[in-house]
Design a protein around this ligand. Structure first.
Ligand code: AMP
Ligand code: MG
Length: 408
């Protein structure tokens, strides 16, 4: 068996990278930055007030009570027409440009006023207080977002602040299919004898959408040489990568190998993880092919551990693996020692701040109910066959949902 890290590295090493394109900021959410985004401008573009208040010369305020005339009002979006000279002040709003001569802003709540033309100060202020200098956030030449970063809403805001349209990696288009004579569309009202509903394509469409990756759904392909051959060929024409499920277990080996032997190649791996041990990896006419196991939970684990990092790598992402945290197992578990075991768990936060993992249900690789309820994988590493309640282990979140309090 191939250790999981080895299998992951082997996949990443052969994945092609996508080319690049410039897109509008509004279109770039979830895309990976291909070239660093470099500012040409200052942010803020001009020195401005951090508070609603009065722009002053700090030297005028000694701490003794002093009443000074207000020379003008400067709301945000306007510019001062007068300088602040010693003994005068300007009423200024947050974000408005600082008047020449002023070096500090006293917040309105620290002043007293009986009419709009005068204001009384009772405290001292040091120069620079409540003034946001030009370029305090970004200066020309600064890297606003680095290459390899997958853009979040926060990055988009930062790009917007400097008006830079990002150069991002093109998105790979995924050609997707399920295989199996027993598999039918999930919408059927009545299952025929021996039939099951296709859950894998629903799952994969969802996780690809979560990742922002476009796909073409080729549907369900029967266990038939000709059908499968033409499906793979079609997939290689329209896709930058192919994901199929089913047909990778021992019994299917020769069948798929024969089909792919003509236009590509495939290797059948035994990855040292559970679920998701069988995994086919190859190419059709130069397009990478991921053959995931048919059992739905195995499909998910294989996608998470093998395909998701590979797609992120194609997209040019610098970091491709989900973060892990240390958690506490909330119950005794026994697992196989020869593989990394990805338990599907509920994760709750205990009163001492630790994350406690409890299995979300039956752990069979066909049991979707436990997967659908789970928050995370709790990973029992190779070499460990038994963990007792209270022992720590790695937790990998599929998503960070709202906090779940621990009541057990
Ligand atoms: P296979 O890898 O084709 O031998 O399939 C392994 C198991 O997964 C079998 O029980 C299949 O019926 C089941 N299976 C295969 N494809 C799907 C699918 N798309 N949705 C749900 N179950 C599937
Ligand atoms: Mg099958």
């Amino acid at each position: 068996m191939r250790p999981l890290e080895q299998a992951q590295a082997d996949v990443l090493n052969t994945m092609p990278r996508m080319g690049s394109e410039t897109v509008a900021i509004a279109e770039s959410l979830g895309r990976v930055l291909h070239a660093p985004a470099i500012a040409q401008t200052l942010v803020p573009p001009f020195p401005n007030s951090a508070m609603d208040g009065f722009a002053v010369q700090a030297a005028d305020l000694t701490g003794a009570t002093v009443t000074l005339p207000v020379n003008e009002d400067v709301p945000a979006g306007t510019v001062p027409t007068m300088a602040v000279t010693s003994g005068t002040v300007t009423r200024i709003m947050t974000g408005a440009p600082m008047p020449d001569g002023a070096d500090a802003v006293v917040p309105i709540e620290n002043t007293e006023s009986t009419d709009r033309s005068h204001v009384t100060f009772t405290g001292a202020v040091s120069p620079g207080t409540n003034v946001r200098p030009a370029g305090g956030d970004v200066s020309p030449g600064d890297v606003v977002v680095e290459a390899g970063v997958r853009l979040t809403a926060r990055h988009l805001a930062s790009l917007a602040s400097v008006g830079v349209s990002p150069v991002v990696a093109k998105m790979p288009i995924i050609a997707l299919m399920s295989t199996g004579d027993e598999v039918v569309e999930p919408e059927v009202a009545q299952l025929g004898p021996g039939m099951i509903r296709d859950t894998n394509r629903v799952l994969l469409r969802g996780v690809l959408t979560d990742l922002g990756v476009p796909y073409v759904d080729l549907g369900i392909i029967g266990d038939d040489v000709d059908e499968l051959r033409s499906a793979y060929r079609h997939a290689a024409e329209i896709g930058d990568a192919i994901i199929s499920t089913g047909g990778v277990s021992m019994g299917d080996f020769d069948f798929v190998k024969q089909i792919l032997g003509e236009t590509g190649s495939v290797e059948f791996w035994r990855v040292a993880m559970q679920p998701g041990k069988p995994f086919a990896f190859g190419s059709v006419s130069g397009v990478p092919l991921f053959g995931l196991p048919g059992n739905p939970v195995s499909t998910f684990v294989s996608f998470e551990q093998m395909v998701r990092p590979a797609l992120l790598h194609m997209m040019g992402a610098r970091n491709v693996f989900r973060p892990r945290i240390t958690g506490v197992m909330g119950e005794d578990v026994e697992t196989t020692a020869d593989r990394d075991v990805f338990l599907r768990v509920l994760l709750a936060e205990s009163s001492d701040g630790s994350f406690v993992a409890v299995r979300s249900g039956e752990q069979g690789s066909n049991v979707l109910s436990a997967l659908s309820m789970a928050d995370a994988f709790a990973i029992v590493p190779r070499g460990v066959s038994r963990l007792s309640a209270g022992e720590t282990l790695d937790i990998e979140m599929f998503s960070w949902n709202e906090r779940r309090p621990f009541d057990g």
